[in-house]
Design a protein around this ligand. Structure first.
Ligand code: RIB
Length: 313
């Protein structure tokens, strides 16, 4: 009998936040008090969301993160364990609270988010050093920008696998990191800040090519309900549309996309990137039809049952 092949390792250098979510008919204007319909809490944070999205799709996921020494921190660890995520490098930070996110969701699914990083600010280069063997041997390492930049920089330098940076929330001080980045993934707003012009579907090829000059091998720009586009070093630029759905809650859709993209890049290595991006769009689209972040991500779902449409730009 052949020995069972081990699954590719997905390592996420992650932010963890507790989401305090209010649902209201629309988003409030500055200075306005609005009556909402519902309040709920959930587990969020872009990094942890991405890790959970990949784990729910069957990925072998490992998280490197910092949570506070409050009740939320304990509950957060239990939440990660419930998805089968390895929490060896999930550390409690003494005297600090777990990160929180204040989220408002409108009836049309749009959201506003304010985060207070709390323990996420303490994710350090020492944490990366302690997880060195894991980071070096990751098949894919994912990071975002809700934790200190120097920590991501250190981890990307060490990792011998694919390095996926989701440059969210927007930050223009990432030039040094991009040199070590295999795949950069941003939304239209983040892309616009990086390329210094307003990115739209009509100029997206130009924006992608400008992002590639930063040193990454593949650049992906997500366009919300419209889909996503990418350019690679090899010269191809492709747009992949999303299926149309009626959104309930778009919170975390970008994270569902990133987590799925990472999972499929290592589990379906022989597939063309447009098919992998189509499948990741499909996962994100499914997530917006349900309320919440991590709880809205699809589980045990074979996104490769179909062939996704695409257009060469
Ligand atoms: O991308 C959505 C996430 O952003 C939320 O879960 C919130 O915690 C913030 O980090």
């Amino acid at each position: 009998m052949e020995p069972e092949k081990s699954k590719p390792k997905i390592v996420v250098l992650a932010s963890c936040c507790v989401d305090f979510i209010t649902y209201a008919p629309r988003l409030p204007l500055p200075g306005e008090t609005l009556q909402g319909d519902k309040f709920t809490t959930g587990f969020g944070g872009k990094g942890a969301n991405q890790c959970v999205a990949a784990a729910k799709l069957g990925g072998d996921c490992h998280i490197i993160c910092r949570i506070g020494d409050d009740d939320w921190g304990i509950k957060y660890k239990e939440n990660l364990i419930s998805f089968g995520i390895d929490i060896t490098h999930a550390k409690i930070t003494k005297g600090v609270s777990t990160g929180i996110a204040q989220i408002s969701v409108a009836a049309n699914g749009e959201n506003h988010i304010v985060i207070v990083p709390g323990a996420n600010k303490y994710l350090s280069t020492c944490d990366v050093e302690e997880a060195k063997v894991l980071v070096e041997n990751a098949d894919i390492l994912i990071s975002q920008l809700e934790t200190p930049l120097e920590t991501t920089y250190e981890a990307f330098k060490l990792c011998r696998g694919i390095k996926l940076l989701n440059a969210a929330p927007a930050n223009i001080n990432i030039v040094e990191i991009l040199k070590y980045c295999t795949l950069l993934c941003v939304n239209e707003v983040e892309a616009s800040m990086l390329v210094e012009f307003e990115v739209t579907i009509s100029n997206i090829k130009h924006a992608l090519q400008k992002l590639l000059l930063s040193g990454c091998k593949v650049a992906v720009i997500t366009l919300g309900e419209k889909g996503a586009a990418y350019s690679s070093e090899e010269g191809e630029s492709i747009f992949v549309p999303c299926k149309k759905v009626t959104p309930k809650d778009t919170t975390g859709a970008g994270d569902a996309f990133v987590g799925a993209l990472a999972k499929f890049m290592v589990s379906h290595r022989d597939y063309p990137l447009h098919q992998i991006i189509g499948a990741a769009c499909d996962v994100a689209t499914k997530s917006v039809t349900k309320e919440g972040t991590q709880i809205s991500f699809p589980e045990k779902y074979d996104a490769f049952n179909e062939v996704y449409k695409y257009t060469i730009l």
